[in-house]
Design a protein around this ligand. Sequence first.
Ligand code: 5GP
Length: 179
Amino acid sequence: MSRVRLHDLDFVPFIPEGEVAAAIDRVAARLNTDYTGWRPLLIGVLNGAFFFAAELMKRLTIECEVTFVKVASYHGTRSTGKVSELIGLSERIEGRHVVVLEDIVDTGSTIRYIMDALAEHHPASVRIAALLFKPDAYKQEIPIDFVALNIPNAFVVGSGLDHDGLGRNLPGILKIAEP
Ligand code: 5GP
């Protein structure tokens, strides 16, 4: 795949599909080891985490459940740092071992909000798994327990990640082209 135009921006291939798959394999292997016998509840953060959730689930050999929530927090190519609401948490999570699945952790404000919101429901434990993590942008103290791929501070799409609705279907990870 070469350069792809999404709305007003050009993106170039960055991480090939095979590397993304291998990174998800490693996260799945760790979850299979750490959560044997615990029946974790995986909570995917929509929209972006649908891809990561599906790819991870099919590699899990342990008993596990999955559900999804939605948080409105991001517009365009920069994080607003503002998070409004956690929508769709219907499962009872009290006493459960929860793993939050994020497509990408950037500044960490979204994950901070989710962790605070989940804590109100008294889960037994909450850990975080992220497909992509931008360590240079991260501003929180909360550890990101399972990171598939660390990436530099660039805007990326593909594998579930979008630019204003487009690009979620692109295989692998693409990053914004230098002007
Ligand atoms: P944070 O709250 O950690 O700053 O941002 C998390 C959210 O911002 C992600 O769930 C995602 O929706 C969006 N985001 C942050 N960086 C990127 C990026 O490089 N590409 C895309 N497509 N979304 C991003």
